[in-house]
Design a protein around this ligand. Structure first.
Ligand SMILES: *Cc1c(COP(=O)(O)O)cnc(C)c1O
Length: 229
């Protein structure tokens, strides 16, 4: 199947059920992104700040760019002028830095808190208690140029669907709990970003309304080794 066919098929499946498709284009060339764009896709996600900036600069300006990978505080300034959604906020420190640069750019930047749900040591994210602590903190309440739109999580990389299902279920429960407790009056707290190529159907069953798909759209990635600069 071609990239444009994949987009068309996925949108046919996802749009009627109100699930937003983020096309994860990391490691993929501009030609591939333009093919997806030609099929109507407008939301793309990257996991590296440098690639995100290069692609933003060279591709059509009506693309909504999402960052899905870990964000270091010293890189926030590069994406603050244009980023549509940051899925990977995993500390109050990085959120405060996003706020600072959003203010400089006279914007409000939409963010998701990345919650640690997998049974693995390698993934970034806040645990449930840390997420609540962040939301209750005075410092967070003073940040007027960031808007938390919801939560994001990455399930364990396992064949065991029961484990994946439980992890997504727990994230949905946390999302509902946080929504009623901290965002009761804010309709904009409405995004639950969960599900990748291997597990997005399970994620949707568990209540996801935003899926992040790379290989399902663009084919397998060739692992890229970043050289130290
Ligand atoms: C790479 C990546 C994806 C997409 O992965 P696929 O398995 O190719 O769909 C989704 N979310 C994050 C955070 C990623 O880094």
């Amino acid at each position: 199947m071609s990239i444009s066919k994949n987009i068309t098929e996925l949108q046919k499946e996802l749009q009627p059920i109100g699930v937003t498709l983020v096309a994860i284009s990391k490691t993929k060339p501009n030609e591939d992104i333009l093919e997806a764009y030609g099929a109507g896709q407008r939301i793309f996600g990257e996991n590296q700040v440098q690639d995100l900036v290069e692609k933003y600069e060279s591709l059509p300006k009506d693309i909504e760019w999402h960052l899905v990978g870990h964000l270091q505080t010293n890189k926030v300034k590069y994406i603050a002028p244009f980023i549509s959604l940051i899925h990977s906020v995993d500390s109050l420190k990085v959120l405060a830095e996003i706020n600072k640069h959003a203010l400089k750019n006279n914007r409000i930047i939409d963010c998701l808190l990345q919650i640690y749900i997998a049974d693995e040591d390698t993934k970034f994210g806040l645990d449930f208690a840390e997420a609540v602590e962040l939301l209750r903190s005075e410092e967070y309440q003073g940040l007027k140029n960031v808007r938390i739109r919801g939560l994001m999580g990455i399930a364990s990389n396992t064949e065991n669907e029961k484990i994946i299902k439980e992890e997504f279920y727990e994230l949905k429960m946390l999302f509902d709990g946080i929504k009623t407790t901290y965002f009761r009056k804010e309709e904009s707290f409405d995004i639950l970003s969960m599900g990748m190529s291997s597990d997005y159907k399970i994620a949707i069953e568990q209540g996801s309304n935003m899926v992040r798909l790379g290989s399902t759209i663009f084919g397998q990635r060739i692992i890229k080794h970043y050289k130290a600069k």
